[in-house]
Ligand binder design. Structure first.
Ligand code: SF4
Length: 372
């Protein structure tokens, strides 16, 4: 299915509404048109809750103010460039964020939930060896409005299927904590009671382990869960497959999690991509139990999806189940995330956009330039 390109070009002198937090909106209204804070609350409700994006239709705002709002704001028309649907019901959306650049979002259909996976960057600087997005290098960060645009467009399209996501993860293209301000800004709008009012328990930010940004995320009590992509039990193997480990090794990463003051009943998610024969040995299983002992976490085992074509192997399913059973027998909670949407390249580690497939050799990951 092909629809027109999403338009992000901002008309001169108008402000893109979607990137503003409610407090930034209130400040802007005060400064530019002398309106009270209350108008920001009303505008948020109209736009995000009643889905009215034409100020003329905001009937509880007086006509002269509606006119000024009309002049002040620009609401990009929601939509996507293409949508593909997998045999298993997973839907992959391609969004154009500029003439040359696209990002992808995926709606993953599971028996008891629907998860929306959104992108936070075009490409990624972190260069994890098992991930195709990592082969692109970082092209640019997305802005908060471009992140929100993905969510709002998918919500609108989901009505055609009679569904809606139940959970949302920042696990698409990019390392979300490398784009900290835009990602946390979008989360604040998504969870704002006057905004989309999503439950913070249903939003997860997945990071490969940018320790200073994790610390900040926890200190600022960003309203979302945190998932850590661990993927190895020794620094030797982790540094081999995830260059970030040379900067922030396993002890430092788990240390910041252990120091965190989590709310009661809150837990981290530890993600472990199992690469057959590399990080799934019996010794790894023992070390993983030891590393995670007494850490408030659940473990998500993710069998590597060899469709990503990066030279790693999918572990046998018996081994994956054995790991799950063993970890559970040590009093931990381990689940398995089998890949979805493989036939449309929507599975974990497969997201890479066409235009950059041709350019990937020109952009190499620069791990030292990552300054979260
Ligand atoms: S796994 Fe995440 S952080 Fe690593 S290269 Fe892929 S998108 Fe970037």
């Amino acid at each position: 299915m092909t629809l027109p390109l999403a338009k992000f070009e901002e008309p001169r002198d108008q402000v893109n509404f979607y990137g503003l937090s409610r407090s930034a909106l209130a400040a802007l209204l005060d400064e530019r048109v002398g309106m009270s804070r209350y108008r920001a609350d009303q505008l948020f409700q109209w736009v995000y809750q009643k889905e009215v994006r034409d100020p003329e239709k905001m009937t509880n705002i007086k006509a002269s103010d509606r006119e000024r709002l009309q002049q002040l704001f620009f609401f990009p028309e929601l939509g996507f460039q293409t949508r593909q649907i997998s045999k298993d019901g997973t839907r992959k959306y391609l969004f154009s964020v500029s003439e040359d650049h696209q990002v992808e979002s995926v709606m993953i259909k599971q028996p008891t939930r629907m998860t929306l996976c959104v992108s936070s960057q075009v490409g990624c600087a972190l260069g994890c060896k098992f991930c195709r997005t990592g082969t692109m290098g970082l092209i640019r960060h997305l802005r908060a409005d471009e992140i929100l645009f993905q969510v709002l467009s998918v919500i609108e399209d989901a009505r055609n299927f009679g569904d809606m996501f139940t959970n949302m993860v920042f696990m698409g293209m990019g390392e979300p904590l490398h784009n900290y301000d835009a990602v946390t800004g979008a989360i604040r709008i998504l969870t704002d009671d006057f905004g989309l009012a999503l439950s913070q328990r249903k939003i997860t930010v997945s990071t490969v382990g940018l320790v200073p940004a994790i610390r900040r995320f926890l200190e600022e009590q960003i309203p979302a869960n945190l998932a850590i992509s661990l993927n190895a039990t020794t620094n030797e193997i982790r540094s081999q497959i995830m260059p970030i480990n040379r900067k922030h090794p396993i002890e430092e990463l788990l240390g910041v999690l252990r120091d965190a003051k989590l709310a009661p009943r809150k837990r981290f998610t530890i993600e472990y991509v199992m690469l057959g024969g590399l990080n799934d040995t019996p010794e790894d299983l023992k070390r993983l139990s030891q590393l995670l002992r007494n850490l408030p976490c659940k473990i998500n085992l993710i069998p590597y999806n060899d469709n990503a074509g990066l030279g790693y192997e999918t572990p046998p399913s018996e081994r994956v189940h054995q790991w799950q059973n063993e970890l559970n027998s040590h009093g931990m909670t381990a689940t398995i995330r089998w890949s979805k949407g493989q036939d449309i390249d929507a599975a974990c580690g497969q997201l890479v956009t066409q235009s950059t497939k041709q350019k990937k050799s020109a952009r190499l990951a620069m791990i030292d330039s990552v300054t979260p």
